[in-house]
Design a protein around this ligand. Structure first.
Ligand code: CTP
Ligand code: CA
Length: 224
């Protein structure tokens, strides 16, 4: 009758997805951030939920509607995302780290608005923790998926991230490529497995890309 049966290939799996940018406050008015809109992460959360997973989405600020049936934790800064992710980590089977976490935050956070003066303003930034690196070090049975946003040497840098962060799968996208990256409705990603397989997906909607990534995770996680 053409009835759609829900797919349940992730039922019983706890999946943690991170999405969106983080914001690093300079003062009560201003922040440093990036162009992430959260679309890819939200698509992954919705796709995993529709396939039966228990999904926890930890997200930076976005304009997107909360995906139905998903547990959501809203954070602002990288440090807040760090705490939320580390807290959830022991209970999860799969982590998909789509978020574009700010690598640096302003060293000083002014309590009052910074007023303009003549001449230059110098900002001093300090490193944020690398959340995914920490997950890789503390890994027990979790299947860890990282994203790599690059503008050049896509595969090389993605492979380095896989090694350094002890990942099981890296999803690399060239954010400078037409039809890929920040904000658009489509993406073009290359998946790199721990065994060295390189799988380039065609341009697809972010939801289709999400399902293809989940297909790959299911295959690899089952055969570990
Ligand atoms: N990541 C993270 N915590 C950070 C920075 C990045 O968890 N402080 C995660 C991202 O969520 C992503 C992966 O690490 O899954 C790669 O992020 P990316 O910015 O591409 O790489 P970096 O390791 O930060 O290296 P660089 O920005 O210098 O290329
Ligand atoms: Ca980075």
């Amino acid at each position: 009758l053409g009835l759609v049966h829900p797919k349940t290939d992730f039922s019983g799996k706890n999946i943690l997805v991170t999405a969106g940018p983080t914001r690093e406050a300079l003062d009560p008015i201003r922040f440093l951030s990036n162009h992430s809109t959260g679309k890819m992460g939200y698509a992954l959360a919705a796709a995993a939920q529709s396939r039966g997973a228990d999904v926890h989405l930890v997200t930076g600020p976005t304009c997107l509607a909360d995906p139905a049936g998903v547990k959501i934790t809203k954070v602002v800064s990288a440090l807040e995302m760090h705490d939320a992710v580390l807290k959830a980590y022991p209970q999860v089977d799969i982590v998909i780290k789509t978020a574009a976490v700010a690598d640096y935050r302003p060293k000083e956070q002014a309590a009052q608005k910074i007023k303009k003066k003549a001449g230059e303003l110098t900002l001093v930034l300090e490193r944020n923790p690398d959340i995914l690196w920490e997950l890789g070090q503390a890994k027990k049975n979790q299947f860890l998926v990282g994203f790599a946003a690059e503008t050049d040497n896509l595969i090389g840098y993605a492979q380095e991230k896989m090694r350094e962060k002890n990942l099981d799968l890296v999803v690399a996208n060239n954010v400078a490529e037409e039809g890929a990256g920040f904000g658009g409705t489509t993406n073009i990603v290359t998946m790199i497995t721990r065994a060295g397989q390189i799988i380039k997906l065609p341009q697809m909607t972010k939801l289709e890309t999400a399902h293809a990534i989940l297909d790959q995770i299911r295959m690899l996680a089952n055969y570990r």
